[in-house]
Design a protein around this ligand. Structure first.
Ligand SMILES: [Zn+2]
Length: 95
């Protein structure tokens, strides 16, 4: 389940607070929040990469070696679904 905006706001507050209690405590509040936003950006990118990898894995599982091309048999339908999953993965990593 993706985090809600409220979860992300609470996490952002916690990160900024942790920065202000650390060796970076001389940082301004604004700089602490900028750093927290950078951390959240890394987390979001990592989450997207993980999701894309899972979609590729699922595509590999359901895709068939059979490239018959008739469009209606089980192999063709599953190959189309696998292509859909790979397209979704590509869209995630393109953003
Ligand atoms: Zn076919």
């Amino acid at each position: 389940m993706p985090p809600t905006p409220r979860d992300l706001q609470a996490l952002r507050n916690d990160i900024a607070e942790a920065i202000r209690r650390s060796d970076f405590r001389e940082w301004s509040l604004r700089r602490s929040y900028t750093a927290a936003d950078e951390v959240l950006g890394v987390v979001a990118a990592d989450r997207a990469t993980t999701r894309a990898a899972a979609l590729h894995e699922a595509a590999d599982v359901i895709g068939s070696e059979d490239d018959c091309g008739c469009g209606g048999c089980d192999a063709c339908v599953l190959n189309k679904r696998a292509a859909d999953l790979r397209r979704m993965a590509d869209e995630i990593t393109a953003n």
